[in-house]
Design a protein around this ligand. Structure first.
Ligand SMILES: *Cc1c(COP(=O)(O)O)cnc(C)c1O
Length: 261
């Protein structure tokens, strides 16, 4: 499938240059097979990037690491600790296999920025890897988070969130008015009211979302999967506990009950 796209581009005289595989899409947390994407990109000598903005944080746990299988074949990968690694906005990490590609095109070397450190060639000056020259010291925030929590606590944080999402998923499963729409990979549950119950299913699901959100007690977001409106229950707040999941589910059940009266 994927191979067909760059191939037809190449046949049309275009040059395929970049492919992005996503590990944990924003909409439904789908995961692209990185190795297979890299294999196709290699045929066209295209740059392969992995966008793991959200799910990259989960990959600090060995049991989720397999989602990055094939990453050794890509050119770059990014993940945003502000999403799910207890670091406040904004902080995104970009790893590049060969940073020379960046400095080659972005390096600046004016006289007034020359000093002993810059001339020694020992350091990495991040101004040479970005468009702007100045930057905030975002790495410090992430460093402090890593030092404060440590690996074990950060892994525990991820596992707790995933377990709470799994708990919500089980509650949805147990209620035959609802269905899980796509397999849950991380801490996002995509679900909806079953289509068989009521016609105009999208509208009913939208109404459920609006009514739940109006209470101010929980907040559901939505997406469209396969042309159908789907509700998204995301666990990710640092203060979230099981009792919040249970009360949110109670609220959803109660709201649906009222709608079906
Ligand atoms: C959230 C998200 C983004 C945007 O990330 P920012 O760090 O907010 O720029 C990009 N890709 C995916 C898959 C995301 O989930």
């Amino acid at each position: 499938m994927l191979e067909w796209v760059p191939r037809s581009d190449a046949m049309a005289g275009l040059v395929p240059t970049y492919v992005c595989a996503t590990v944990g899409t924003t909409s439904s947390n789908a995961v692209d097979p990185i190795g297979d994407v890299a294999k196709v990109a290699a045929m066209f000598n295209a740059w392969v990037h992995v966008d793991a903005a959200y799910a990259g944080s989960a990959c600090i746990c060995p049991e989720f690491r397999h989602h990055l299988n094939g990453v050794e074949r890509v050119d770059s990968i990014s993940m945003s600790p502000h999403k799910w690694l207890l670091t406040c906005l904004d902080c995104t990490c970009l790893y590049v296999r060969d940073a020379h590609h960046l400095s080659q095109s972005l390096e600046t070397n004016p006289e007034y920025l020359k000093n002993d450190a810059s001339m020694s060639g020992d350091g990495t000056d991040l101004k040479d890897m970005q468009v702007g020259v100045g930057r905030r010291f975002r790495g410090l925030k992430l460093w402090m988070v890593m030092r404060t929590y440590g690996t074990a606590n950060l892994q525990e944080h991820i596992r707790r969130d995933v377990a709470m999402a799994k708990m919500f998923e089980d509650l949805v499963h147990a209620d035959d008015r609802f269905e899980i729409v796509v397999p849950r990979n991380f801490a996002l549950v995509c679900f909806k009211i079953k289509a068989t119950r009521i016609r105009a299913n999208d509208e009913v699901n939208r109404l459920l979302m609006v009514n739940v959100n109006k209470t101010g007690k929980a907040y559901l977001a939505h997406t469209v999967v396969g042309g159908r409106l789907v509700l998204r229950f995301a666990v990710g707040s640092s203060l979230q506990e099981e009792r919040h999941i249970l009360s949110a589910w109670e609220l959803i059940r109660k709201t649906v009950g009222e709608m079906m009266k």
